[in-house]
Design a protein around this ligand. Structure first.
Ligand code: SF4
Ligand code: SF4
Length: 241
């Protein structure tokens, strides 16, 4: 028996014994189309390099199986396709720099196991880019810092070794935490089970606690509420405007 698979709009028939999507890609490349371009590394869901869309949903090719009927495999969305299933993720790596998601100023705080556990899940990101492919905000605004750069910013803000929290919070105010619609699409596709949406909500809370405002509310006129106090003056603005 043969299964059907469409890869980048080209149809192939595959022996039903080969069910793993990455095995299918390797089989096609070695038997019928040696120009097919795709990336892979560890073959065990750890390196994040083989992420593609299977039937419209972001998945690691090495961890997904062919579906009944016809399976459609496409490159990740919202990234420029270099060839076939290989995409250019340089813009996303730049968003990571923009979010300052790294250790800036090392504190002398003692780090307990409890501190490590608090950011353990966020540290498991495998940089697969699936969350950016699923994000409707990144789809329309390539300057949006985006899911994994924000979840990583949260990881460093909660890191007891980091003492530059102000500069990190500053970095994620524009095209950052307030632009997320909290739709949760990123959390649904994350192969590391990171609840990115939840981390972004926590970043919004941390921002408010530190005096930042949601620009949607701070720019709205009280008049539209007929003189009712909309809460636009809640907190203080550390940027002074
Ligand atoms: S929750 Fe925010 S970051 Fe995640 S996909 Fe939705 S808009 Fe994008
Ligand atoms: S947060 Fe999850 S989906 Fe996004 S890059 Fe990291 S592992 Fe992939």
């Amino acid at each position: 028996m043969l299964n059907k698979i469409i890869i980048c709009e080209k149809e192939y028939s595959i022996d039903e014994k080969i069910t793993n999507i990455l095995d299918v890609l390797v089989h096609i490349k070695t038997t019928s189309n040696n120009s097919l371009a795709f990336k892979y590394g560890c073959k065990s869901g750890v390196c994040g390099s083989c992420a593609v869309r299977v039937d419209g949903v972001e998945q690691l090719a090495c961890c997904s199986t062919i579906s009944l009927g016809t399976t459609i495999v496409e490159p990740l969305k919202n990234l420029e396709v270099i060839r076939d299933l290989v995409v250019d993720d340089r813009n996303i790596k730049n968003r990571l720099l923009q979010s300052k998601a790294n250790l800036e100023t090392k504190s002398t705080n003692e780090v307990t196991q409890n501190d490590v556990d608090k950011i353990d899940l966020q540290s498991n990101c495998i940089l697969c880019n699936s969350c950016y492919s699923s994000c409707p905000v990144y789809e329309v605004n390539k300057d949006f810092i985006g899911p994994f750069a924000l979840t990583r910013a949260y990881r460093y803000l909660e890191d007891n070794k980091e003492s530059s929290t102000k500069s990190k919070l500053d970095a994620i105010q524009t095209n950052g935490v307030w632009d997320c619609t909290l739709c949760g699409a990123c959390s649904l596709v994350c192969p590391a089970s990171i609840d990115i949406k939840n981390d972004i909500m926590k970043l919004q809370n941390l921002s408010v606690q530190n005096g930042y405002k949601n620009p949607t509310f701070s720019n709205s006129s009280d008049d539209m509420f007929g003189g009712f106090d909309s809460g636009a003056d809640f907190g203080f603005n550390p940027n002074g405007f």
